[in-house]
Design a binder for this molecule. Structure first.
Ligand code: FEO
Length: 164
């Protein structure tokens, strides 16, 4: 049986993951409006992954016989000044999510909640991967600058992201 405090934090994380999904979908829509179809594809995949993350928390809460409680999802930002700005925000957002996951782990350890700690391990690894991936993309955008041909090629590369 998990504590009420743990349950509340897990439910809050469902909301944070759904917001991530919403934020990345908003970024995808921005890219579509600017005809960066590869970047849009990448962000739509990312948005789907975030929904899956939310569902992992949803299933775990049910498994431990907690009650899933959904809250309103905040409106995400509507537009960005450049693809670089959007990906920089995605990077910042992933660092924020990592911090949230770390806080969840800290509570699980504090409460000797071994099952929740084990469940969260997957997210600890996932966050390392996600932060690194977005960081590499930001780095590429910075290298490219305003070079249109390179931006076109990067858009194509991002559009090759496979669906899970
Ligand atoms: Fe579910 Fe990108 O953190």
């Amino acid at each position: 049986m998990i504590s009420d405090k743990m349950l509340k934090m897990l439910n809050d994380q469902i909301n944070a993951e759904l917001f991530s999904s919403y934020l990345y979908l908003s970024m995808a829509a921005y890219f579509e409006s600017e005809n960066w179809n590869g970047m849009a594809k990448w962000m739509k995949e990312q948005s789907s992954e975030e929904y899956e993350h939310a569902m992992k928390f949803y299933h775990y809460i049910n498994e431990v016989e907690g009650r899933v409680e959904l809250e309103a999802i905040e409106k995400p930002k509507f537009g960005w000044n450049s693809p670089l700005e959007a990906f920089e925000e995605a990077h910042k957002h992933e660092l924020y999510i990592t911090d949230r996951i770390n806080k969840l782990v800290a509570l699980a350890i504090q409460e000797n909640d071994y099952a929740t700690n084990l469940f969260l391990n997957w997210f600890v690894n996932e966050q390392v991967e996600e932060v690194a991936t977005v960081s590499q993309i930001v780095h590429k955008f910075k290298l490219i600058g305003d070079n249109k041909t390179s931006l076109y090629l990067l858009d194509r590369e991002l559009g090759m992201r496979a669906s899970k």
